[in-house]
Design a protein around this ligand. Structure first.
Ligand code: DQA
Length: 145
């Protein structure tokens, strides 16, 4: 069975309470339930991790090498700052899809740059929790190759 690793970055554990006007009212548990339901329907194995720590995310990506076919990541604030996460993705070479709940290009200037985009297969942003499902659907096109 093909395997997708989903990583949620910092502060996404607070979804539902955190700026709901930007990120929506859905909790991370609810989003994860949607991801698991999707995976079950598609008969794809999915593993989900969340971390608030850059080094831990780097470790998770490093450990994923040869174990996962696709990586779906919302690096949250590290999107805009983390060369370490970018390098980890580049090092393992697992096709990666970057997702964001909000449209990062319609927000503060510092969110307009993603250090992750250039090492990603593609990016989905702006659709709230549905960004994850769109990202997973896009992953199928990679898995079928
Ligand atoms: C985010 C966008 C980032 O700019 C922000 O730091 C986040 C969440 C999103 O999903 O919209 O924490 O990645």
């Amino acid at each position: 069975m093909q395997k997708i690793l989903v990583i949620h970055g910092p502060n996404l554990n607070l979804l539902g309470q955190r700026e709901p006007q930007i990120y929506g009212k859905m909790s991370l548990e609810n989003i994860n339930a949607k991801i698991r339901k999707w995976a079950k329907q598609k008969k794809i194995n999915v593993e989900i991790k969340q971390s608030n720590h850059e080094g831990e995310i780097v470790d998770i990506i490093g450990a994923a090498n040869h174990k996962f076919d696709v990586l779906l990541i919302n690096p949250a604030a590290y999107t805009h700052t983390s060369i370490a996460i970018r390098d980890a993705i580049s090092a393992v070479g697992i096709p990666t899809i970057e997702v964001h709940l909000s449209n990062i290009y319609d927000r503060e200037d510092f969110r307009h740059e993603s250090l992750i985009a250039a090492v990603s297969y593609g990016q989905v942003c702006g659709f709230g929790a549905y960004s994850y499902i769109l990202g997973l659907e896009a992953a199928i096109s990679i898995l079928e190759k």
